[in-house]
Design a protein around this ligand. Structure first.
Ligand SMILES: *[C@@H]1O[C@H](CO)[C@@H](O)[C@H](O)[C@H]1NC(C)=O
Ligand SMILES: *[C@@H]1O[C@H](CO)[C@@H](O)[C@H](O)[C@H]1NC(C)=O
Ligand SMILES: *[C@@H]1O[C@H](CO)[C@@H](O)[C@H](O)[C@H]1NC(C)=O
Ligand SMILES: *[C@@H]1O[C@H](CO)[C@@H](O)[C@H](O)[C@H]1NC(C)=O
Ligand SMILES: *[C@@H]1O[C@H](CO)[C@@H](O)[C@H](O)[C@H]1NC(C)=O
Ligand SMILES: *[C@@H]1O[C@H](CO)[C@@H](O)[C@H](O)[C@H]1NC(C)=O
Ligand SMILES: *[C@@H]1O[C@H](CO)[C@@H](O)[C@H](O)[C@H]1NC(C)=O
Length: 919
């Protein structure tokens, strides 16, 4: 194929050379030849002159492959030959009209072609008109946005056929000429644009001044960020975010990115000018950070950073304690940096303290029986939450005025309550109205526990409880059967609860009985006695029922004689006692065989016989205890002349709980010095009843540093029991180191391993059993501790009965103990309560054996062993009261069916019956 073309070319070249041998004609200077002359010359053999060339060829249209040429006919000649440079001639025949058009096809884009156009007339070619024409270059086919911002776009494309010139025309804008530089790539930056806008462009390739077909494309600028994001509403678990559409244009979309990089697409057209978006599933009281991107045609803005916090949880408040003037509030902390408690008037109730897991706050200075509303505000960042609640303070029921009859209870109570209930085992509902409460149809003499409630938020809150005993019913059918010197009084059991019936015979005092009859004897014949009978229930007494009873009229001289005789006998008795009082004391005072130092004070103290004790007590306590005070003051000097050398040695001072309670050298307990440097402990031997010189050890409550010494003493002295008459902590002050194990985990003090075997807690005391093991010898002993928990320091217990019972328990144990050693007794200082308890034990023994007590004598003897024994006058008076109450004591009823208490009751009963049997 190629070879053939080549041949054709050679051929034409030869033809071209032949024709150029004729005079050269340039298109512009070609002479106009008259066709007629050509025609005339034709018959001759002389060559015809060539026809003139066309003077101008214009490119009418062109594209990448075609060029459409047009020229004006020369001399109306219709035939032409177009020869592309190096190509084959193409004959062209014009059609009607003055112009000829010819399309050259199958060309290459962006190429410059050389042509020669010959005018042919009658077979003769003109010299040829040479011209050139270019095809349109190809358009760019691909555009890359290399970079963009809010105001510019950088475009990049590959050069077409290495062409360097281009024209960029923005839609509706003016064209820009672009000249590429070296390399194959053209870059162009379009600036001064508007953010978030789509621009359309047409790019032309320009070759030899000819533009290609336009390449149309569009590109967008980076959209602007939103101005601000606000939280429209705050919630604990979600955020409602809101912003104004960028450029007020709802076609923008948005992407919200959280701190984990999660993206959420948000269309911009969901709410008019503003966009609202809810972020769900969040935690309360937490700060979240976000980036919000504006998205325009897939292009993201730089991003707007912001953070927003969720509302903290409300802290739910529990009222853990209600009192008359205080409410204790408690709540668990939430994610809140601060808590503000407001009362109903919005007053800030300040409180302090660190933020702990559980917060407790006591609101005080409140009025009793009043409802209070509060708000607890939690704060996180700028968000707050509130918890509203209310509660009511309690009432002091006992302070109200209670009116009690034999079947009703009424009261006027200040403070809020809405319902009332009373129970004696059977429940009764009270009537409530205007601060008044009343119960009717109650059971006479019964003890009712009355409770007032206030209903708040569907809850019945107990405002107070109060125990009241009704007046018992009066006895009925009261009558008397007369005798000579007596009357038999009979009645029927009163209705309801009653404990005793009190019979009061005019001029003879009263007597209490628990049955339904009483023989009143020792009356005079032929007399009328007015008798009143009232029933009792505890401290309550019914109104008396009166009756007049008559005795039989008999001879009256016999009683008169008897009275005279009795008078004489009494006078004789009194005379004898006045003269020789030792008669009586001798009989009742084996206590005179007391320790030596008591000898000196013999004669000064006397045992008081049981029979006259009541009188003695009265004597001692009248005129505001004048005698008792004087006697007690007399002990001040007792024993005080003794030395306390060991106790005051500098190495021992730290072993004393108090600097002024120091043991006398003569009677102090000495510790074994084997393996130890000191024999000192703040303890003294105290005598017991009879000849027992070391029945007790009175000692101070151990200090942290003397606990080991304390146990060492117990071990060495072979003590079987410890009596503790203090609490470890009283009124916030440490009175005694807790020297025994907390639980069943043993504690070791030097060689001694102390294990708690048992612990029984009761209302007024606790008993414990310890196993004490000497690890050196492997010997084990059981030691019992009696811990009285209801005795205030420097004071006296409430009532004598519990302490007498407690002492009975100890005495029973001592009498049956295997360990021969002294009973170790301590309180805090080891003198006041300790002295009182030891004295009580000794004196009650004396009372049982001798039917007489020498309180002063024994206290004096204790003072000679250890200073300040029975430390206060009130304790001394209490000792007297114990003796007095013991003498009038009634049999103890078991208080509870509780097994442990029952055990103690049994022990007490056993102890009593032992004593009665004289053991
Ligand atoms: C160029 O124009 C001719 C007619 O003049 C046409 O037939 C041809 O298709 C065109 N080519 C292109 C690429 O436009
Ligand atoms: C958006 O629209 C509001 C009213 O619809 C107008 O006040 C505000 O100026 C507009 N903002 C812009 C950027 O066009
Ligand atoms: C992001 O998505 C993951 C998976 O869905 C989720 O576990 C995580 O909590 C998300 N992060 C935030 C901040 O919501
Ligand atoms: C408290 O905040 C922390 C982060 O500040 C968060 O992880 C936690 O979940 C939040 N706790 C609650 C109970 O909302
Ligand atoms: C916004 O998103 C929608 C689809 O959710 C899309 O049709 C629209 O073109 C987007 N608008 C812009 C400006 O990108
Ligand atoms: C309580 O009172 C009721 C009568 O209201 C009476 O029947 C009952 O025996 C009483 N109970 C006691 C324990 O007193
Ligand atoms: C209750 O007391 C009233 C007056 O005090 C008396 O009249 C009445 O008989 C008493 N009732 C009983 C059952 O005792």
């Amino acid at each position: 194929m190629r070879a053939t073309l080549w041949l054709v070319c050679l051929c034409t070249a030869r033809v071209w050379c032949q024709s150029t041998s004729s005079p050269a004609i340039t298109p512009t200077s070609a002479p106009t030849i008259n066709p007629t002359t050509i025609t005339t010359a034709a018959p001759t053999t002389t060559p015809r002159p060539p026809p003139p060339d066309v003077t101008e060829v214009i490119v009418k249209t062109r594209n990448e492959t075609h060029i459409e040429l047009e020229w004006t006919k020369v001399n109306n000649i219709n035939t032409y030959i177009l020869k592309p440079s190096g190509g084959t001639e193409t004959p062209i025949t014009g059609s009607d009209g003055n112009t000829v058009t010819h399309t050259v096809s199958s060309l290459s884009a962006g190429t410059k072609y050389l042509f020669t156009l010959f005018t042919v007339f009658e077979g003769v070619k003109s010299t040829g008109f040479e011209f050139s024409a270019v095809t349109a270059p190809r358009a760019v086919t691909k555009m890359i946005v290399k970079d963009r911002s809010e105001t510019h776009i950088e475009l990049e494309w590959t050069k077409v056929n290495n062409i360097n010139t281009y024209i960029l025309k923005p839609s509706g804008g003016t064209e820009t000429d672009i000249t590429g530089s070296d390399g194959n790539i053209v870059t162009h930056r379009v600036s001064s644009l508007t953010a978030g806008t789509k621009y359309s462009f047409t790019l032309f390739t320009v070759f030899e001044g000819v533009k290609s077909a336009g390449y149309e494309f569009s590109a967008v600028t980076v959209p602007s960020d939103v101005d601000d994001v606000t939280d429209k509403e705050s919630f604990e678990t979600h955020l409602v975010l809101q912003w104004t559409n960028v450029n007020n244009d709802t076609s923008y979309n948005y992407t919200l990115r959280d701190s984990d990089g999660n993206n959420t697409f948000i269309p911009g057209s969901n709410g008019g000018n503003t966009v609202t978006h809810t972020v769900p599933s969040l935690s309360p009281g937490t700060k979240y950070t976000f980036t919000l991107f504006t998205v325009f045609e897939g292009v993201q803005s730089k991003g707007f950073h912001f953070s927003e916090a969720t509302v903290p949880s409300a802290a739910e408040v529990k009222v853990t304690n209600r009192a008359e003037t205080e409410l204790t509030l408690q709540w668990s902390t939430v994610n809140s940096t601060d808590y503000i408690l407001l009362d109903s008037s919005g007053e800030n109730i300040s409180f302090s303290g660190p933020l702990e897991r559980t917060m407790t706050q006591t609101v005080s200075s409140l009025s009793p029986g009043t409802e209070y509303s509060f708000t607890l505000r939690t704060i996180f960042e700028t968000k707050t939450n509130e918890y509203n609640f209310s509660s009511v303070t309690t009432i002091d029921c006992a302070a109200s005025k209670w009116t009690i009859t034999n079947f009703t209870i009424k009261a006027e109570v200040v403070g809020l309550f809405s319902t009332a209930a009373a129970t004696n085992g059977t429940d009764v509902t009270g009537t409530v109205g205007e601060n008044k409460v009343s119960f009717t149809d109650l059971y006479p003499g019964a003890t009712y526990n009355v409770s007032l409630y206030y209903q708040l938020n569907q809850q019945d809150l107990l405002q107070c409880s109060h125990s009241l005993t009704l007046i018992p019913a009066v006895v009925t059918s009261l009558h008397c059967e007369r005798g000579d010197y007596s009357v038999r009084l009979k009645w029927e059991k009163p209705f309801g609860v009653w404990t005793e019936v009190e019979v009061n015979v005019s001029g003879r005092g009263s007597e209490s009985v628990s049955g339904t009859e009483l023989i009143v004897s020792g009356l005079q014949p032929a007399q009328t006695y007015s008798i009143n009978v009232a029933s009792l229930s505890g401290a309550m007494r019914s109104s008396p029922e009166g009756i007049s009873c008559h005795t039989h009229s008999t001879v009256i001289w016999l009683p008169v004689l008897l009275i005279i005789l009795m008078g004489l006998l009494t006078a004789l008795g009194v005379f004898m006692l006045r003269r020789k009082p030792e008669l009586l004391s001798k009989v009742h005072m084996p206590m005179s065989k007391r320790p030596t130092e008591m000898q000196s004070s013999q004669g000064k103290f006397e045992a008081i016989p049981v029979k006259t004790f009541s009188e003695h007590f009265h004597h001692m306590t009248r005129d505001e205890n004048r005698e008792l005070t004087a006697e007690y003051m007399g002990f001040n000097t007792a024993g005080a002349d003794q030395t306390q050398r060991e106790a005051t040695l500098s190495e021992n001072m730290s072993k004393n709980r108090f600097t002024d309670i120091l043991p006398y050298d003569s009677s102090r307990v000495r510790l074994n010095t084997r393996g130890h440097d000191s024999d000192y402990i703040n303890a003294n031997y105290i005598p017991g009843y009879g000849r027992k010189n070391k029945e007790y050890i009175a000692t101070q409550g151990p200090l942290p540093s003397t606990v080991s010494d304390f146990w060492r003493m117990i071990w060495e002295q072979k003590s079987g029991q410890i009596v503790m008459v203090t609490n470890c902590i009283e009124n916030g002050k440490t009175k005694c180191e807790k020297y025994w194990p907390q639980d069943h985990t043993p504690c070791r003090y030097d060689d001694l391993l102390i294990t708690m075997k048992s612990e029984h807690k009761e209302t007024y005391w606790t008993t414990r059993e310890f196993i004490v093991k000497n690890e050196a010898s492997s010997e084990e002993r059981v030691i019992k501790q009696f811990h009285f928990t209801a005795w205030p320091d420097h004071g006296v217990p409430y009532g004598t009965e519990t302490l007498i019972q407690f002492r009975g328990l100890i005495r029973h144990h001592i009498d049956n103990s295997q360990n021969p050693g002294p009973t170790v007794t301590h309180c805090s200082a080891g003198v006041g309560r300790t002295g009182t308890l030891i004295a009580l034990d000794v004196l009650l023994q004396q009372l049982e054996r001798e039917k007489a007590v020498d309180i002063a004598g024994f206290v004096h003897s204790m003072r000679c062993r250890r200073p300040r024994m029975v430390q206060t006058e009130s304790q001394y008076l209490f000792l007297h009261q114990c003796i007095k109450d013991h003498l009038t004591e009634k049999p103890v009823e078991p208080l509870y069916a509780n097994a442990v208490i029952y055990e103690n009751e049994e022990a007490l009963k056993q102890y009593r019956s032992d004593q009665i049997a004289g053991r």
